[in-house]
Design a protein around this ligand. Structure first.
Ligand SMILES: NC(=O)c1ccc[n+]([C@@H]2O[C@H](COP(=O)([O-])OP(=O)(O)OC[C@H]3O[C@@H](n4cnc5c(N)ncnc54)[C@H](OP(=O)(O)O)[C@@H]3O)[C@@H](O)[C@H]2O)c1
Length: 293
């Protein structure tokens, strides 16, 4: 709450002056009350793979900063539970299934009540193959409606609903408490989502769902800029990384091109920590190179 001394109440009788004063006072009040030094980061899809490594490095690279990790089954997320033992004060684990919007809303509510703001949202979840359910297509003959819909639901619809529900918290957070000027939304995309870069074909459902994620995130970035929100969105390709997702497809990866999670996340965090307003709506690879749409 802002309290105005008597001397200021008189000149606030002029609406224009009053408006300028309130704006200055509000700006002062938000910069003066850095509630979460080091910021508040949310990693969605944190049970394993790249998401889990993000949580680990966010906690280990700084000695300040709160991290919220979400996953479908917190009790089975052993990697996260190990981190919780080590960083009990700085890590919160919340249940969230991207395909169930009420769990996204419940997480947003819980973060609002506990922290009141967010400075970083990383959408790290993604699906490429699920035994007996989803297989990357090698030919048009193998394209199935159910695969297209599932990939679209998890890889494109879920991340955008995350951004929608976390938006109010990101607007409050901006860059406050961090070394950035803005809050950052990161959606993990994939180079195969690039239409301009599509030379091999195949993997219709995964490719097209990542293309949709790119378009949805880009669209959101335009609105954030238009509204002058202190929030930017970027899409990141992590490289080919040694995780469960890539394991069945690693045979053809050229030597030296299969990255460890540690290496990839180090590179991605460098991009995120140095992100500026002019990066809003861009699609970057792990090495900072822009990828064509
Ligand atoms: N690895 C690569 O080479 C590579 C390359 C390019 C892009 N990417 C992208 O990078 C991101 C991370 O991939 P990764 O390699 O770390 O994959 P991963 O090891 O297979 O992990 C996938 C994560 O997504 C979560 N997830 C799946 N469905 C979900 C849902 N409905 N709701 C919430 N979470 C869900 C999984 O949770 P559960 O444990 O509950 O299943 C898991 O935490 C993905 O977006 C992927 O497309 C990866």
């Amino acid at each position: 709450m802002l309290l105005f001394p008597v001397s200021q109440r008189a000149f606030m009788a002029t609406p224009a002056l009053a408006f300028r004063f309130i704006r200055r006072a509000a700006a002062f009040s938000s910069s003066a009350s850095v509630k979460w030094e080091g910021g508040v980061s949310l990693v969605q899809g944190a049970s394993r793979g790249i998401g889990l490594e993000f949580v680990k490095q966010l906690l280990e690279r700084n000695d300040k900063g709160q991290v919220i990790a979400t996953c479908r089954n917190p009790n089975g997320a052993t990697g996260l539970l190990d981190l919780k033992n080590k960083f009990a004060e700085r890590l919160d684990i919340l249940q969230l299934d991207l395909t169930v919007e009420s769990t996204i809303e419940a997480s947003a509510k819980s973060i609002r009540e506990r922290y009141g703001s967010l400075n970083l949202l990383i959408n790290a979840s993604g699906i490429l193959s699920i035994p007996n359910v989803l297989q990357p297509e090698t030919t048009l003959n193998k394209v199935e409606k159910s695969s297209l819909m599932l990939a679209y639901e998890v890889n494109a619809v879920g991340p955008i609903l995350m951004i929608k529900h976390m938006w109010p918290l990101l607007k409050v957070g901006g860059g406050i408490g961090t070394e950035r000027d803005v809050a950052v939304v990161v959606s993990l995309s994939a180079r195969v989502g690039s239409i301009g870069d599509n030379r091999l074909g195949g993997w219709h459902a995964y490719r097209a769902s990542k293309t949709a994620l790119n378009q949805l995130t880009k669209t959101v970035s335009v609105e954030f800029a238009r509204k002058k929100d202190p929030v930017i969105c970027i899409l990141l390709h992590p490289g080919t990384v040694d995780t469960d997702l890539s394991r069945p497809f690693q045979r053809n990866v050229p030597e030296g091109k299969l990255f460890t999670k540690e290496f990839s996340v180090q590179k991605l965090l460098n991009i995120i920590n140095n992100a500026k307003s002019h990066d809003n709506g861009k699609f970057f690879a792990w090495d900072g190179q822009e990828i064509p749409w």
